[in-house]
Ligand binder design. Structure first.
Ligand code: ADP
Length: 334
C-alpha cells in the first residue's frame, strides 16, 4: 500500500526538533524514527532523539542524531529510542518546565510516536505551553481515532496469523476446538483481521461477546457440516480470564477445547513491508507539517492519503470496529 503524501510548503525557520517513542512499543517505530531524522537532516534541521519517551524529556535525556545513528534499524522491531511510561509527565507544572527546557535548547518542535495516552500528553503539552507537537499513531491495536491504520498493526496481525496457522495444523489433526487470544484491550481490530485471515469460526470482541449458547450452537453447526476443527479468536478485552473460563466451559459441555494465549509475542518482530512504508511516510510527513507551521496534529492515513487531524479531535475517542468484519469472518468460515 502506498499513500499520497501531502504537498507542504516550508514557512518555519525551525532549526532543531526532538522526537520520542512512548507507551507500548510497536514494530515499525524504528522506521518512523529513521524517517523523521533523515527528513529533518535533508531540510537542514537537527534532530534530537529523546530516550525512554516522556521520562527522557523529564530528565533531559536526549542526543543529537545523525544519518548513521538511524542506519540498520528499519527492519528491527521495538524502538531504538526505548519507550517508557511517565507519571511525572502527567503533571502540568512538569510539562511547563519541559517546554521551557526545550525552548532554551533552541528546539522548536516535538514529534511523539505512540498510542492514545502518548498523544494525549503531546496535545496537553502544546495547548498548555504553545510548544508545537505532532503525534504519529504507534500501536499494534490500531485503536487511534482519526486514522485508518497505525504503525505496528499489520505486523501484529501477521505475527498472530503465523501462530494461528500452526495451531490450526494441530487442531485439524486432533479434531479440537482451539481458542486463541490475541491482543486488544478495548478494541478488537487485531482479532477481526486475524479472524478473517485465519479462517476463525467465531471472533469474540470486547463488549460484543456472544452468549455461551450461541458459541456452542455455532461449533455444533460447524461439526455437522463436516468440519474437523474449529478456531475461536478472542480479543483479550478487560477480563484476563475470559479465554480460560470459556475453554473450561466448552470442555464441560463435551467439546475438546484448548486455549492458546499469544500475549507479548505479538508485540515484537521485524516490521512488515506495509508497516515500514506506513511509518516512513508518516515520519517524513510529520517533519514537513511542522516546517509548514502546522502542529497539534495527528499525522495518519485515511483512504489512500496521508492526512493530518487535530489531536483534540482524536484523543480519548473510541474507534469502532465495523460489525460487518466479524460477520464476514463467520460467513466465510462456516
Ligand atoms: P499509549 O501511548 O500506548 O496509550 P500510555 O497510555 O501508557 O500508553 O501513555 C504513555 C505515556 O503518555 C504515559 O506514561 C504518560 O507519561 C503520558 N500520558 C498518558 N495519558 C496522559 C494524560 N492524560 N496526560 C498527560 N500525559 C499522559
Amino acid at each position: 500500500m502506498m499513500w499520497t503524501m501531502p504537498q507542504l510548503k516550508r514557512t518555519q525557520a525551525i532549526k532543531r526538533i526532538a522526537l520520542l517513542t512512548s507507551g507500548g512499543d510497536a514494530p515499525g517505530m524504528n522506521a518512523a524514527v529513521r524517517a523523521v531524522v533523515r527528513t529533518a537532516l535533508e531540510r537542514d534541521v537537527e534532530a534530537f532523539g529523546v530516550e525512554k519517551g516522556y521520562s527522557g524529556l523529564v530528565h533531559g535525556q536526549m542526543a543529537l542524531m545523525d544519518r548513521a545513528s538511524v542506519a540498520n534499524i528499519l527492519h528491527r522491531g521495538g524502538t531504538v529510542l526505548k519507550t517508557d511510561r511517565s507519571e511525572e509527565f502527567k503533571r502540568p507544572e512538569v510539562r511547563k518546565r519541559i517546554a521551557e527546557d526545550l525552548r532554551r535548547q533552541d528546539i522548536g518542535a516535538l514529534v511523539v510516536i505512540g498510542g492514545d495516552g502518548s498523544l494525549t500528553g503531546a496535545h496537553l503539552l502544546q495547548t498548555e505551553t504553545g510548544f508545537p507537537v505532532i503525534g504519529l499513531p504507534g500501536t499494534i491495536d490500531n485503536d487511534i481515532f482519526g486514522t485508518d491504520d497505525s504503525i505496528g498493526f499489520d505486523t501484529a496481525v501477521n505475527t498472530a496469523l503465523e501462530a494461528i496457522d500452526r495451531i490450526r495444523d494441530t487442531a485439524t489433526s486432533h479434531e479440537r476446538v482451539f481458542l486463541v487470544e490475541v491482543m486488544g484491550r478495548s478494541t478488537g481490530f487485531i482479532a477481526a483481521s486475524v479472524g478473517i485471515a485465519g479462517g476463525a469460526e467465531i471472533v469474540l470482541m470486547p463488549g460484543r461477546d456472544l452468549g455461551f449458547e450461541e458459541i456452542c450452537h455455532t461449533l455444533k453447526e460447524s461439526e455437522r457440516r463436516g468440519k474437523k476443527s474449529s478456531l475461536i479468536v478472542i480479543a483479550e478485552g478487560e477480563n484476563p480470564n475470559l479465554t480460560n473460563q470459556l475453554t473450561r466451559s466448552l470442555n464441560e459441555h463435551g467439546f475438546q477445547a484448548r486455549a492458546a494465549i499469544l500475549g507479548h509475542v505479538q508485540r515484537g518482530g521485524s516490521p512488515t513491508g506495509h508497516d515500514r512504508v506506513l511509518a516512513s511516510m508518516l515520519g517524513s510527513a510529520a517533519v514537513d507539517y511542522l516546517l509548514a507551521g502546522q502542529s497539534d496534529l495527528l499525522v495518519g492515513v485515511r483512504g489512500d492519503e496521508v492526512i493530518a487531524a487535530p489531536l483534540a479531535q482524536v484523543i480519548g475517542k473510541k474507534k469502532e470496529q465495523p460489525r460487518e468484519h466479524i460477520a464476514l469472518a463467520r460467513l466465510l468460515a462456516t
